[in-house]
Design a protein. Structure first.
Lengths: 219, 794
């Protein structure tokens, strides 16, 4: 079997500015994950350029991409991807040890409302709690950019709102530029900017006039 | 029913793709299994080949069933022997041992001269002519010489050597190179190890040999074959009765004939080994297969559930996965049979050094090949069965759900040593190990077995070296042993003492005897030695040098086992020489010695029993190395000397031949243990990798470098290997003792010893195999697909 070539993105032009909360909205297969992967330095585009603060990520080596993720990017995954053998505090500390000016793990966990669950292992936490640990893990190294791939995809509405509140608070209090990809249009309400993707292209950009609070979202 | 074939084909396609996806692991498992099959085929095909060669040769050469030697009997006794009940055919001969003077060799050698009829072939124990021609009946100096001796000296038809016959140097002209079923394994009387250079067998015309030794119309050796319904014991008793007046030294059955007995012991050993060693390898293979399959199935949980949800029966799904194992085993078995045939035929070549047959062809029977293949399949199925059964029992609904995060807790290590402040990576490793101790244990056991196999394989060198060292430095402290043709008066000792260069001497009296305990009996020489022998010492493997009590017999532990006696029991001793007294002699002590079957007595007690004065048959001596050549010259000129055993030369030769044999088997062992170590480590690393790829990929995304995540995975392997090294040495030590116990036979008993160097080499080899498989896994780690692994829980 030969490789099958699939074009995920075509001619996407996208900027992210400091402190912004952006929601990438689009159906499955619209290319939002690919875009997120490229922004996060997990993938490089076959053509085009990705610039981060003047550095060209397109031509960066694997080691340079690792360093970029390590210092500047925080990731939150749909399925949390916590390390099951480490406690909540340790999962956070895992990344704070990588950087020079981290936030203390307790503080990061406090920010997502988990100050009481520091020494629990992932298996002892609910799905929403696990996702909040993942957010704490992502922000604890004080990244400039927080990338969240369907952070509420595996959660029910109540739990999802709690997670979104955590993201909202991080964005507000720390000024972390946040990109949330989702197919859930309701989440768009809390964004500074909504980027709609369809079929590998940017189908439209909205700037909601009134930014909704996470707790007011309905879906 | 119509859709069945299509359905099976699809599942089989999945089988092939799954196997291809895990080809690294499949190859590793197949390699371990192939190693086991190789060993099995190599050992058993050798066993088969030797056994076939032996059976064909004994039959073809009319190898006798019972052998007896005597002082001298008239030819007319033949008819009475032939008349014994159960005797089918007989052959009488003249057999004498002489000192040889071989051109180009300073030290004297022992020659055994055996008569052959002037006309026709020997009736029994036929001689096989490899090269040249039979001696001319009218030429008195023509002889056939045995092949190994000729090879050792590069002699062939047309060459001459000299025998000292009755004090006179008599030239012998070699006209042919020959083999005999009696000397498939040729060892000089009184020697422990075969020395092809210093023991030659020569066949010469009956008349010339008889006239040289006053044996005209007489004989001193008789062999008989039995009728199919004969009782061997009765024939032996009848022969003994007839030969007693003529100095009969006790008839022995074929099974105790020196060459046949050694060959028998060797074959038994091959058989033991042929079962034991492959059994270890195949057990490890089954174990590795089990572990690999258990974990592969854990990763296929949802697939299994889907298959079941689609309506496949448990049986179909189980069979699908058992086929994984069978496919691997089938490939392994076929490779193993092929490699086994190759290794087997290489080892066969080495047997040719020790055992000479007219043809020793390598033979691999189809039955053996099929047995090997069937064995591998059965073992693979057994290894796979429980893993598959457990996986298949999962209810579809349950299996469809992604698994909850594994439950972890703080490790005991951390609780114990709080101040340790383990790094995250170390904590992850330690907690993973503690969470699944059985999994960790199974990896440790696998690696430990690799260590053990190598440990045992390499230790054979130590065992052999220690045996040789023990014999050289503690037991045999003489430089040479002279054996007189006949018992000599005590003053003969002084003649020996005055030979050039001789320093210390120790005289012994050895007498042929039959020891009887109930229905069990053995015919051997009782050695009469001083109370506290200094040159040829009696060494107990545990207790060291022994002194002899004033009366009674001291037996090799093995001889006591053969005769089923213990200290305090009494043996009937029938002396097979002189006045042939028959006595009851108590067994007073046993000695757990290394070589052969020995019976000792204080020399004064033995002489009292024989009712004789200060007679000697053997003198052990040490000498000044500078005077060697003149010593040899003087010995060659002494007519009363039947044989000279030179310690250093014998050992050197033995060591050389043995080294060749050992090097090959050690080489094979190292390769195979390396395969096991590699197979086990690579497998457990690959399994860990597939179980944790998601976790490791997450870490990579979070910004961890390749080196950092490699440390987590490889650190686990390193810890497992570190624990497995001493554990494997311990298993190897036990295994070594078991194997040595199985090795124990009448020819030799080995003590299991291991040198520190062996342990070091074992560990280094396994560490090497671990590093290699670690590097291979590391390469996969570098290619970890970060994007896809994060999308969906598997």
């Amino acid at each position: 079997m030969g490789e099958v070539r699939v074009e995920a993105l075509r001619g996407v032009d996208f900027d992210l500015t400091a402190g912004e909360f952006v929601v990438l909205l689009g159906p499955s297969g619209s290319g939002k994950s690919t875009l997120l992967n490229i922004l996060g330095g997990l993938d490089v585009p076959t053509s085009g350029e990705v610039l981060y603060g003047g550095h060209n990520l397109t031509t960066a080596t694997d080691a340079a991409l690792t360093a970029y993720r390590r210092t500047h990017i925080g990731f939150v995954f749909q399925f949390y991807n916590l390390i099951p053998s480490l406690t909540a505090r340790e999962n956070v500390a895992l990344v704070t040890e990588l950087v020079e000016t981290p936030m203390p793990p307790q503080e990061a966990l406090g920010l997502v409302g988990l100050a009481q669950r520091l020494d629990h292992f992932p298996a002892q936490l609910s799905g929403g709690e696990q996702q909040r640990v993942a957010i704490a893990r992502a922000i604890a190294k004080q990244p400039a950019v927080l990338l969240c791939d369907e952070p509420t995809g595996a959660l029910d509405i109540t739990t999802g709102v709690v997670v979104l509140e955590a993201l909202e608070r991080v964005n507000r209090e720390l000024g972390t530029a946040t990109v949330v990809i989702t197919h859930n249009a309701a989440i768009a309400g809390m964004a500074d900017r909504v980027v709609r993707l369809a079929d590998g292209r940017v189908a439209g950009i909205d700037r909601p006039t009134r930014k909704a609070a996470a707790r007011d979202l309905q879906w | 029913m119509v859709t069945m074939p299509a359905r099976i084909r699809t599942l089989d396609r999945k089988l092939l793709r799954d196997l291809w996806a895990m080809k690294g692991q499949a190859i590793a498992i197949a390699a371990v299994m192939a190693a086991g099959v190789t060993m099995f085929v190599a050992y058993f095909s050798n066993f088969d080949s030797l056994q076939r060669a032996r059976a064909a040769y004994y039959e073809q050469a009319r190898f006798a069933d019972v052998f007896a030697s005597l002082k001298r009997a008239p030819v007319r006794l033949e008819s009475r022997i032939a008349g014994l009940d159960g005797v089918h055919a007989l052959a009488t001969r003249v057999v004498v041992d002489v000192t040889l003077d071989v051109p180009g060799m300073a030290e004297p050698a022992t020659g055994r001269l055996i008569s052959i009829p002037e006309r026709g072939r020997p009736a029994l124990n036929d001689v096989f002519l490899r090269q040249g021609r039979w001696p001319d009946p009218v030429r008195t100096d023509e002889v056939l010489a045995n092949e190994t001796f000729c090879e050792a000296h590069r002699l062939g038809p047309g060459d001459h050597i000299a025998a000292i016959i009755n004090g006179r140097r008599q030239p012998l002209r070699i006209v042919g190179v020959a083999l005999s079923p009696e000397y498939v394994y040729a060892i000089a009387p009184g020697e422990m190890f075969p020395d092809t250079r210093r023991f030659g067998i020569f066949w010469m015309n009956q008349r010339s040999l008889a006239s040289a030794f006053d044996m005209e119309s007489g004989f001193n050796d008789v062999s008989v074959t039995l009728t199919p319904d004969a009782s061997e014991a009765d024939v032996i008793a009848g022969l003994d009765r007839l030969l007693r007046p003529y100095g009969g030294r006790g008839a022995i059955p074929q099974s105790l004939q020196m060459s046949a007995w050694t060959l028998d012991n060797e074959l038994t050993q091959l058989q033991t080994f042929g079962l034991l060693v492959p059994a270890i390898f195949l057990a490890v293979a089954a174990f590795v297969l089990h572990v690999a399959l258990t974990r592969a199935l854990a990763l296929q949980r949802t697939q299994i559930a889907s298959l079941k949800a689609l309506g496949y029966s448990n049986r179909t799904v189980a069979w699908h996965y058992v086929k994984w194992a069978l496919s691997i085993a089938a490939v392994a078995a076929i490779v193993g049979v092929a490699v086994g045939a190759w290794v087997g035929s290489s080892i066969m070549g080495l047997y040719n050094e020790f055992f000479r047959f007219p043809t020793l062809a390598y033979y691999l029977s189809p039955t053996l090949a099929l047995q090997a293949i069937a064995g591998a399949l059965v073992i693979a199925a057994a290894g796979a069965y429980s893993a598959v059964r457990r996986a298949v029992r999962v209810p579809p609904a349950e299996a469809m759900r992604p698994e909850a995060p594994a439950r972890y807790r703080r490790s005991i290590v951390e609780a114990r040593w709080r101040p340790l402040r383990l790094s995250f990576a170390t904590r992850m490793i330690v907690r993973a190990l503690e969470r699944q101790p059985l999994k960790a244990l199974s990896s440790i056991i696998g690696i430990a077995f690799a260590v053990a196999v190598l440990f045992v394989g390499l230790s054979f060198l130590d065992v052999m070296n220690s045996l040789i060292d023990e014999e050289l430095t503690t037991t045999m402290r003489q430089d040479a042993v002279l054996t007189f043709v006949e018992p000599r008066p005590g003053r003969a000792v002084h003649d020996v003492a005055h030979l050039p260069g001789v320093m210390e001497i120790e005289a012994m009296r050895t007498v042929p005897a039959r020891l009887r305990a109930g229905t069990r009996s053995r015919t051997l020489g009782i050695s009469g030695v001083p109370e506290d022998p200094q040159l040829v010492r009696i060494i107990d493997r545990a207790r060291g040098p022994m002194t002899l009590p004033p009366n009674g017999l001291v037996l090799s532990q093995m001889l006591a086992d053969v005769l089923a006696v213990r200290p305090g029991d009494s043996l009937q001793v029938e002396i097979l020489e002189g006045r042939r007294p028959l006595r009851q002699v108590p067994v007073v002590a046993l000695v757990d010695d290394s070589l052969g079957l020995q019976a000792y007595m204080r020399v004064d007690a033995l002489r009292r029993m024989l009712n004789e004065g200060e007679t000697v048959t053997t003198v052990a001596l040490t000498m000044d190395a500078a005077a060697r050549d003149s010593f040899y010259k003087a010995v060659k000129a002494m007519p009363v000397i039947a044989g000279v055993a030179m310690r250093d030369v014998a050992f050197q030769n033995f060591r050389d031949t043995m080294a060749e044999h050992m090097n090959l088997s050690v080489f094979i062992n190292v390769i195979f243990a390396g395969i096991i170590a590699f197979g086990v480590v690579y497998n457990s690393a690959r399994v860990s990798l597939s179980e944790r790829s998601r976790e490791l990929a997450s870490l990579r995304v979070l910004g961890f470098t390749r080196a950092e995540i490699s440390f987590i995975l490889l650190g686990e392997i390193a810890i497992l290997t570190t624990i497995a090294l001493p554990a494997g040495a311990a298993i190897g030590y036990l295994l070594g003792h078991v194997i040595m116990a199985l090795f124990t036979n009448e020819v030799y008993r080995l003590s299991f010893v291991v040198s520190p160097a062996t342990i070091a080499w074992t560990w280094l080899t396994v560490i090497g195999a671990t590093v290699l498989s670690g590097l291979l896994v590391r390469r996969r780690l570098d290619r970890l697909d970060l994007v896809s692994v994060l999308k969906m829980p598997e």
